[in-house]
Design a protein. Sequence first.
Length: 222
Amino acid sequence: MKKLSVFVGVLLLNTLLFAQGITTASAYFKTISEYYATIKDYVVDYEIKVDRQETAGTLSYKAPDLIRMDYTNPEEQVIVFNGDSLTIYLPDAPAVLQQEVTPGSTSAAALGSAQGLSLMSRYYSVAYETGQNAEPLEAGSDEMVVKFMLTRKKASEAFRYIKIAVNANTNLIRRIEAVTPKGETFLFNFYEYKINQGLSDQRFIYDAPSSANVYNNFLFSE
């Protein structure tokens, strides 16, 4: 009888949710991931704030794992991942940091990809921050977003929780706020997406100035 009661209860709950047009946060988040899976490439302006430090620039992405970040602050800094290696150009040094990467290990490195979003839902519990209805991005803003709260399932995850604001009209990520266990906050804002521009693979090949010092496999050097 107890099993039957539970089964009936579940049916009634599903009926109630359907009648009220309620979409669970995990189901909604999955539709966002599925939409990103249809995107072949995009270009977007970004701002990143970590404590009092701010950076900005333009990010280019091409499925499944090509990424390029051209900075305007600091000027001329570049980060490129071409599927096999990570290259970082630091103009102030000047230096080029290069790291060979195991195939497939960083294919979902960008949160703004279907793979990245899928991993987030695997390692974090997804809930609405306030509810499924769109609300202003912030006080005084006329941009409407749906806000998600992702809480880590295991203490080993890099962030204690992640807040993601998704534009209600475009289903594109507008803002990410990630907080570490030590309370350090990473804030990402994304503006002016340009979707499916037909980006060439050549865009993700970077030739650094010959005057820069090159440091290979910098992540594992002593």
